[in-house]
Design a binder for this molecule. Structure first.
Ligand SMILES: NC(=O)c1ccc[n+]([C@@H]2O[C@H](COP(=O)([O-])OP(=O)(O)OC[C@H]3O[C@@H](n4cnc5c(N)ncnc54)[C@H](O)[C@@H]3O)[C@@H](O)[C@H]2O)c1
Length: 340
């Protein structure tokens, strides 16, 4: 059985579906910040355990052969909202989970890290980073991922086989949808405003990858021979894009449906920017992401309507808005006791 932490999240819901389609048994461990509806019709096919990784009970690992670890705060704004909780969840809890796996002889452990570790800002030297490039992460989210990587790699030996996937920014439809990721945001803006607004002149670079390719990459790393992946870091991107180019691709994908304007804003210049090489995962594992932005956007539109996710401004689609709302509710409930 495979344990997917964060399996009710954006990537998790797509990954769980892929695993089940391959005939795997799946247990999901998730705090369920966004509920369990993303698992939808898969809900009865998985063993769902609700819980916070910081209070992780190692019995969750009973019967588990390998772990795909996605749980944690998953972007800069939520990490900065509560840096302490971010560090506890993304770094400390990752170490605790990995240690428990090692003690129980669970060897294979993939970790959803992030290419934002490479970020040096928009005005840094324009380099293509590979897995050996020196990094100096600064933001809370990137630091927490990088330190989790170090903990996992320090634990690596014949009995424990951690694999780090430094994912680019993910795009595409998931039954637990996010509209706070750049391509998905463009699609949402296209549908509700007919305008794509690009900040900082759209000059920032981003590595991007489709959500189903991301799911498949984790599965590939679980299935690969240990000697190819043990203690390895792999960047994962379909391609690097400047944000302005990305807006053009989204406009191209939607040209038969919507007439889109692209508005370029030059008023501020503070932004993340980085581009990466994904050659290593292709060379070592023969894995290459295949879903292009245009294709993913077209499928996304279709699925948004199939699933009825057209309440585009609902906070549940935006991690920072949702967490802020939950936090404020928690404060209010602590004072008033209960709603009725
Ligand atoms: N989506 C991206 O573009 C992207 C890019 C690079 C890396 N990542 C990483 O991939 C992973 C998954 O991202 P996602 O987009 O699916 O995010 P998501 O926010 O949709 O899902 C994260 C899931 O983890 C759960 N979770 C959070 N904290 C938890 C805790 N303390 N204990 C148990 N469960 C907890 C949440 O309830 C949620 O279901 C994250 O670790 C993220 O940092 C994502």
């Amino acid at each position: 059985m495979i344990l997917v932490t964060g399996g009710a999240g954006y990537i998790g819901c797509v990954l769980v579906e892929e695993l089940l389609a391959k005939g795997e048994s799946v247990r999901v461990y998730d705090k369920l910040y966004f509920g369990e509806t993303g698992l939808g019709r898969l809900r009865d096919k998985v063993d769902l355990v609700q819980g916070d990784l910081r209070q992780f009970d190692s019995r969750v690992l009973d019967g588990i052969d390998s772990v795909i670890h996605l749980a944690g705060l998953s972007n800069d704004p939520t990490a900065e909202f509560n840096p302490k909780a971010n560090y506890e969840m993304n770094t400390v809890a990752t170490g605790v989970l990995a240690k428990a796996c090692k003690q129980r002889g669970i060897k294979r452990f993939t970790f959803a890290s992030s290419c934002s570790i490479y970020d040096r800002g928009l005005f840094s030297e324009d380099l293509l980073y590979d897995e050996n490039s020196p990094v100096a992460p600064r933001a809370a989210y990137a630091v927490s991922n990088y330190e989790a990587e170090r903990i996992l790699l320090d634990m690596c030996d014949d009995d424990f086989c951690p694999v780090i996937l430094r994912q680019g920014t993910v795009y595409g439809f998931s039954p637990r949808m996010r509209y706070d990721l750049v391509v998905n945001t463009f699609v949402k803006d296209a549908l509700i405003k007919g305008i794509l607004t690009v900040f900082c002149g759209g000059e920032m670079w981003r590595p991007l990858v489709d959500v189903s390719d991301t799911a498949k990459a984790h599965i590939c790393c679980v299935e690969a021979p240990a000697e190819k992946v043990r203690g390895q870091i792999f960047n994962l991107a379909y391609k690097n894009y400047r944000i302005l180019e990305l807006a053009h691709w989204v406009r191209e994908a939607l040209k038969d449906r919507i007439k889109l304007d692209i508005q370029v804003d030059y008023s501020h210049y503070k932004a993340r920017s980085y581009r990466v090489s994904s050659q290593k995962i292709e060379t070592v594992l023969g894995f290459k992401p295949i879903v292009a932005v245009k294709e993913s956007v077209q499928l996304m539109i279709q699925k948004i309507y199939d699933y009825g996710y057209t309440d585009f401004l609902h906070p549940r689609y935006y991690n920072i808005e949702w967490m802020t709302l939950l936090y404020n509710m928690e404060q209010t409930l602590a004072k008033i006791g209960s709603v009725f």
